[in-house]
Design a protein around this ligand. Structure first.
Ligand code: PCD
Length: 806
């Protein structure tokens, strides 16, 4: 079957397998319901006044003219919020962040005032009537200068603060590293930047806040990847009773980590609703989303790798400077300020590893979220996969062969790496071999050798200036990655004190139809389908008959939300467990119905029958009716089949993959064309291969964007240069090849159905594959590294021996 084909309707799965997404009819008919579709009677509209300057003291704010606008209902400033103790709010990372600036602004685009008007146009018009007097301050843009003694202090509102230092964090064993580096034949080092990028979901962030003054009840429709966590934080921050807060995440137009945090707009809209007594909608525009909401990455890394001369990797160490912007609004489990960066040992059997990460403030938007990445795994994978290629170049070894030599072996699992992660399962060499076979690696290397010969003959040196002289440069990039997804065991992981377990509730109606309530939130991944498939697999109720409820705190059990590819590993496990509980209840009911002992019953998908007499049985639908009907149940057994559970994962899951990218670089222009891309992924048991492929296609496209196009940069004054899609380039079908995907299946031993996450694998694995390919293409020019994004200007500069374009 071709990979995109679906089985015919009569073979559709009652359980795992390809099936069309249950949610798609409403999306393709334009019936999705996003936050901005919500219209409430009497609803007002909010807009945010943002700072044009990156660092400035606020001398005064005059709101009189805006207040006088006939359609304006309220203008809220930091001073107003201060009176309620709401001018600052806690971040997800033990810092505070300004809701509306009081003393000064700390990045361009920071929230300064909130206007509430009859409609969004009037609200925006009135922003221009607010008069803010700023006194400019020196601006800190370069993270490398953040700790200089003469650097401007960004967070001088914090008592006693005299620098821009946020944290130092270490993992691994520095002394053990020193020892292996001392005895290694070869040591290579490389500085690299994983630049600031932005999740840029199709739908920007926004909310509708509706505070009922009589009932004291707040309903908040939000673009949130974590409705339950948001409700708890709203209760803690605003002092509202948690049972009177309902957070609803309706359809979400992409999250990618951008919708994990709580943004000032949500708080302002809530305050505005309390003040005006009316529902208030706030939706940001594209530029607001790009300049003010959570960015990702911005890791300045120095990697070092030590090896023997025949290519056995002995140790790896890295020093990282992390630019967190003006507020530490990154979202990471409390114990790990650098997220899961300490999985930078990658997929290799390494004797010693050490990392040290230093976080600093700069005059940029705060963040450092896991954009399609489980808490900084992306940075870690990029580091190690680039370093392996740098080592291969130094040793003159083929990068695929060097990887094969160092990959963990199947018999080493479960494997504890040198920074304490226990990889659950894997068969790495098989995946790499499959990827190399699929792409025809040896043949490609032959083609490349030929092209390089021709190129050299025609004189590669002046190719750059000469517009195509010497022909195209061909590059082949290999990357192998291991992820750590499914955060996570409560004993190790929490976010602001909330343990990372997830609940699930399963109701079985008398007619045998089911309703599953889950705490995670789909943003496009297709949970309404795949979670129904998990129930179907466990109970034999067709997925069409299982309604999946999510994204509404009033209707679903508590849990930490969707990010870090945790839904399948945690909520998916909860779903399998709760379905098994239902099955065990069904066994007792079936025994009563069949007048047999529960132990004498056997289960086949969807039906219990008496051992040795398959004709005496009851389907799950019959049992459901029986359980709700008048069947006499044993002492102490409650009627019905409903069950609930809370799942605390014993470990994370460790999906992995082998990627090969082929590029052609035009030596005259530096334009990179991705010719082919082969991705072999392993996410353990596959629930819906069609959805998995969709996830991978999307992630690969994102990865090409990061590697070649996307960048949020700033000028010396802190002006954001990536504030629109004219400057911040997101990839389209034109920039990407026809993806070639393959897979292996190595189930997770501790997950009830053996599944691992997949949502972020491709964004994690593809940037190093693309960059490795481009650097490989530039081999005739002696290029060892160039930083992303590898735009034509940067590639061309690298060919001239320069790090940056002029
Ligand atoms: N799956 C299957 N099987 C397996 C796994 C998985 O089937 N084994 C599927 C599921 O079920 C779903 C999906 O697939 O449906 C995914 O999954 P996961 O991996 O678990 O993940 P989740 O949690 O669900 O999700 C999340 C992710 C993330 S994280 C991100 S970024 C992104 C992804 O997801 N985002 C998004 N993807 C996506 N897609 C779409 N469409 N949209 C969006 O937004 Mo972060 O951290 O937030 O940054």
């Amino acid at each position: 079957m071709a990979s995109t084909e679906l089985p015919p309707q009569e073979e559709r799965p009652i359980g795992f397998g390809r099936m069309l997404r249950k949610e798609d009819p409403r999306f393709i008919r334009g019936r999705g319901r996003y936050v901005d579709d919500i219209q409430l009677p009497g609803m007002l509209h909010g807009a945010i006044l943002r700072s044009p300057l990156a660092h400035a003291r606020i001398a005064s704010i005059d709101t009189a003219a805006a207040m006088a606008h006939p359609k304006v209902h309220a203008v809220i400033t930091g001073k107003d919020l201060e009176a309620q103790g709401l001018a600052w709010m806690p971040t997800l990372s033990a810092d505070v962040c300004a809701v509306l600036a009081t003393d000064k602004v700390r990045f361009q685009g920071q929230e300064v005032a909130f206007v509430v008007a009859d409609d969004r146009y009037s609200a925006r018009d009135a922003l221009e009537l607010i008069d803010v007097e700023y006194e400019p301050l020196p601006v800190l843009v370069d993270a490398k200068k953040a700790l200089d003694p003469d650097a401007p202090i960004i967070r001088d509102e914090i008592e006693g603060r005299t620098d821009n230092h946020i944290f130092d964090w270490e993992s691994g064993d520095a002394a053990a590293c020193d020892e292996v580096f001392a005895r290694a034949d070869v040591v290579v080092a490389q500085d690299m930047l994983y630049p600031r990028v932005h999740p840029a979901p199709m739908e920007t962030c926004g909310c509708v806040a509706d505070y009922d003054r009589v009932e004291g009840r707040l309903t908040l429709w939000e673009t949130s990847q974590a409705p339950h966590a948001h409700r708890t934080l709203f209760a803690l921050v605003a002092g509202l009773p948690e049972e009177r807060i309902r957070v609803v995440s309706p359809d979400i137009g992409g999250g990618f980590g951008n919708k994990v945090g709580i943004y000032p707009g949500y708080v302002c809209a809530t305050v505005a609703s309390i003040v005006t007594g009316k529902p208030v909608k706030w939706m940001e525009d594209r530029t607001e989303n790009l300049v003010s909401t959570s960015f990702a990455r911005d890791y300045h890394m120095r990697g070092e790798i030590a090896a023997t001369k025949d290519g056995k990797i002995l140790g790896i160490r890295t020093r990282v400077l992390a630019d967190h912007g003006a507020f530490n609004t990154t979202a990471q489990p409390t114990k790990y300020p650098a997220g899961f960066f300490h999985i930078f040992t990658g997929s290799y059997d390494i004797e010693a590893a050490h990392c040290k990460v230093t976080g600093v403030y700069t005059n940029k938007a705060g963040g450092g979220v896991a954009y399609a990445c489980s808490f900084r795994v992306t940075e870690a994978v990029y580091l190690v996969e680039r370093m392996v290629d740098v080592l291969a170049a130094e040793l003159g070894m083929d990068p695929a062969e060097l990887r094969m030599k160092n990959l963990l072996k199947p018999e080493q699992f479960p494997y504890e790496n040198k920074t304490g992660w226990v990889y659950d399962s894997g068969d790495y060499p098989t995946a790499l071999r499959m990827a190399l076979d699929m792409v025809g690696y040896d043949e490609l290397r032959r083609e490349q050798a030929e092209k390089r010969r021709a190129h050299a003959e025609r004189g590669s040196g002046d190719g750059a200036a000469g517009g195509g002289a010497g022909g195209e440069l061909m590059g082949i990039g290999v990357a192998f990655f291991t992820e750590t997804v499914g955060a996570g065991p409560r004993k190790h992981m929490d976010i602001v004190g909330l343990g990372m377990s997830d609940g699930a509730e399963l109701r079985i109606h008398p007619t045998g139809k089911a309703q599953l309530g889950i705490s995670c939130q789909t943003q496009g991944q297709g949970h309404e389908t795949t979670f129904a498939q998990i129930v179907a697999e466990e109970l034999g109720i067709p997925p069409e008959d299982v309604e999946v409820v999510h994204g509404d705190t009033d209707r679903t059990p508590f849990g930490l939300g969707t990010y870090g590819s945790r839904s399948t590993p945690v909520s998916g496990a909860a779903t399998a467990v709760v379905a098994r509980k239902v099955r065990e209840r069904a066994r007792i009911v079936a025994a009563a119905m069949l007048e047999a002992s529960a132990d004498d019953l056997e289960w086949e998908k969807g039906r219990f029958f008496v051992k040795g007499d398959p004709s005496r049985g009851a389907t799950i639908q019959e049992i459901a009716m029986g359980a709700h009907g008048t069947v006499e149940l044993p002492e102490g057994i409650e009627p019905g089949l409903d069950a609930e559970t809370v799942y605390d994962p014993p470990n994370l899951t460790f999906p992995f993959g082998a990627y090969v990218c082929v590029v052609d670089v035009d030596p005259g222009t530096g334009v990179v064309k991705v010719r082919r891309f082969v991705a072999v992924d392993d996410c353990g048991t596959r629930i819906n291969p069609m959805i998995i492929e969709g996830q991978i296609h999307g992630g690969l496209t994102d990865g090409v964007g990061m590697a070649l196009m996307q960048l949020i940069s700033f000028d010396e004054e802190g002006n954001c240069l990536g504030g629109s899609f004219m400057d911040y380039l997101v990839p389209t079908a034109l920039e990407v090849p026809e993806w070639e995907t393959g897979h292996t299946v190595t189930p997770s031993p501790h997950h009830p159905i053996g599944a691992k996450g997949i949502g972020e694998s491709a964004t994690v694995g593809s940037p190093p594959a693309v960059v490795n390919a481009v650097i490989d293409a530039l081999e005739p020019y002696g290029v060892r590294h160039a930083d992303m994004p590898l735009t034509p200007a940067r590639v061309w500069a690298a060919m001239q021996g320069r790090a940056e374009p002029p």
